[in-house]
Design a protein around this ligand. Structure first.
Ligand SMILES: Nc1ncnc2c1ncn2[C@@H]1O[C@H](COP(=O)(O)OP(=O)(O)OP(=O)(O)O)[C@@H](O)[C@H]1O
Length: 352
């Protein structure tokens, strides 16, 4: 693959089904060597997008490339990109190994490769078992094995975790890591960020056919990094002392607490002590990325700033006491319960 060329690129992809817009001017890149998550709620347009990438659906406008060229121009597509789009369309009467042999012949690889990929996905002991009797998890593994037949440099997987039990999910995570560790690329979709959080280095988030976010997981985490809410004898002096140490993101809350980002509790405690400020309490906000995702994809995403009302505007925070006693005569501070609105009906995590 050409150095510097993204493994996958979508440019202005749009798909209309009649009057309904499934994908809308969607652009993103999947860097070579990355494991990129493609995340969005049900109906967000993930499958349609993946099918456009793979030449199975013609875009209304826009285009996509795989290894720098449109899918249709790949000389030997199965050697470049393997895809798992739907594990339900397999011939039920075929055995595991027969299914793989049929596809091995289609891809132009020897039967031996069918045995190899069957072992790679842990199906060797089910070689003679008919597809009709496979569990959904087994079908997912078989679909993955089929995608691997051509030993492709790029894998595109649509909801591969569907039907996998926790052990299967852990196995899939390991598998994808090992696959990408030698410079190969994975694009994997899910309707749950939580499902992919531990496996991907990069994420493309879509909602209603449009891009909501693309970037590194680290960046997403950093953007939503936790703040520490400090109750002290002198917040203004503490803010100045923190700024002198380069910790400049400290905002006064209407309730008198200082909201500090970018420093852990022990550091804040040490700065306070050296400035002669007494700390009565410090509550750490922990960020649940799934909540960030839900907020992003339910139209309630309002990013970073502190709400002047002194409430906790950002989703996913849960306060945890840190061992400091509350100020004399005051109960420990806690966020208002239910400050974050629940996801809407039909949204994953919300009522269906
Ligand atoms: N062949 C089709 N004809 C008409 N509408 C379609 C077709 N395929 C998809 N759609 C519609 O396009 C929208 C996006 O569907 P798509 O399957 O791409 O979303 P998704 O994010 O993959 O969702 P899910 O996770 O539920 O599969 C949906 O409203 C869907 O009903």
């Amino acid at each position: 693959m050409n150095a510097g060329v993204p493994a996958i690129e979508a440019v202005g992809l749009t798909k209309l089904f009649g009057a309904s817009q499934a994908v809308s001017n969607l652009g993103f890149q999947v860097p070579t060597g990355s494991i990129t998550g493609f995340v969005g709620p049900n109906g967000a347009g993930k499958t349609t997008t993946l099918r456009m990438l793979l030449g199975l659906v013609t875009p209304t406008s826009g285009h996509a490339t795989i290894a720098g060229v449109p899918f249709g121009d790949l000389g030997q597509p199965a050697r470049v990109v393997g895809a798992v789009l739907d594990s339900r369309g397999m011939h039920p009467a075929r055995s595991t190994i027969d299914h793989l042999r049929v596809y091995a012949a289609a891809v132009g690889v020897p039967d031996q490769r069918a045995h190899e990929v069957m072992a790679m996905v842990g199906l060797a002991s089910a070689a003679r078992q008919k597809v009709a009797t496979h569990s959904l998890g087994m079908r997912q593994r078989l679909a993955l094995a089929t995608a691997l037949l051509g030993d492709p440099q790029i894998l595109v997987l649509d909801e591969p975790a569907n039907g996998l039990d926790p052990e299967g999910m852990a196995w899939l995570r390991e598998f994808l890591r090992a696959y990408a560790s030698v410079g190969r690329t994975v694009l994997v979709s899910s309707h749950l960020l939580r499902e992919l959080e531990q496996s991907v280095d990069r994420v493309v988030i879509v909602n209603r056919g449009s891009l909501v976010y693309q970037g590194d997981m680290e960046e997403l985490r950093a953007r939503h990094s936790a703040r520490v809410f400090v109750t002290s004898s002198d917040p203004a002096t503490l803010a100045l002392a923190l700024a002198a140490q380069g910790i400049v993101d400290a905002q006064m809350m209407p309730d008198g607490r200082l909201a500090v980002r970018g420093a852990p509790v022990p550091t804040i405690g040490a700065v306070a002590e050296s400035a002669g400020v007494t700390v009565f309490g410090a509550d750490t906000e922990s960020v649940d990325l799934e909540q960030v995702f839900l907020a992003m994809t339910s139209g309630q995403y309002t990013a970073q700033h502190v709400d002047p009302s002194g409430q906790f505007p950002r989703p996913g925070h849960a306060q945890s006491p840190t061992g400091y006693p509350p100020p004399p005569g005051q109960p420990p501070q806690a966020p208002p319960p239910g400050a974050y609105p629940p996801p809407p009906a039909g949204h994953p995590g919300g009522p269906r």
